[in-house]
Design a protein around this ligand. Sequence first.
Ligand code: DX5
Ligand code: ZN
Length: 217
Amino acid sequence: PLKAKIGPSILNADLANLYTESQKLLDNGADYLHLDVMDGSFVPNLTFGHPMVKCLRNNIKTAFFETHMMVSKPEQWIAPMADAGVNLYTFHIEPVEDVCKVCRLVQEAGMKVGLAIKPGTKVEELTEYMSIADLVLVMTVEPGFGGQSFMADMMPKVEWLRQNYPNMDIEVDGGVGPKTIECCAKAGANMIVSGTAVVGASDQRKVMDEMRNVVQS
Ligand code: DX5
Ligand code: ZN
């Protein structure tokens, strides 16, 4: 069976203390780190890029890093992100002309590849890439900002994916926390991104354990 994994998003953490905040999440049982990269073009917000990720990697040797590339030209950042020590390169299919080619380049650079869709994108648009992708990400908020409300109406996408691709890693991202995890688990998601609900919690371990247990059971 697929493992349930919790990948906290550090978007709403104290970015001036990115290392400390990330290490704390890992010490509290995070299975991987979800790093939100925004370019101010694909989404109306800016975060950080490969130089920051590389510095984080220099301080955190072994953790699994996913970069969620909310950028207009994902092919542009493949080499620098691979060099920065990224393990999973998840990009949005919406702005990309040749998704297969970008997938191939990501894998050739030594990373796993994830494909993300915005709330307005039909899940069927992923069909032709399912044999190449290592993971698919169903956004449960409009990408760009942390702390938004979970869109439960995205769950049919997750259900459809799980029914048709029982062995695929299916990730959800946006507004996911203890209150919405049951919905995600029932639909079939196994890779759980959670930002504000985990980062802001007084007991991060408890929140992550709780969510992992709901998904795994
Ligand atoms: C939104 C990002 C998410 C977000 C998650 O554009 O991709 O990763 O920061 O944060 P919460 O869980 O607070 O919605
Ligand atoms: Zn994200």
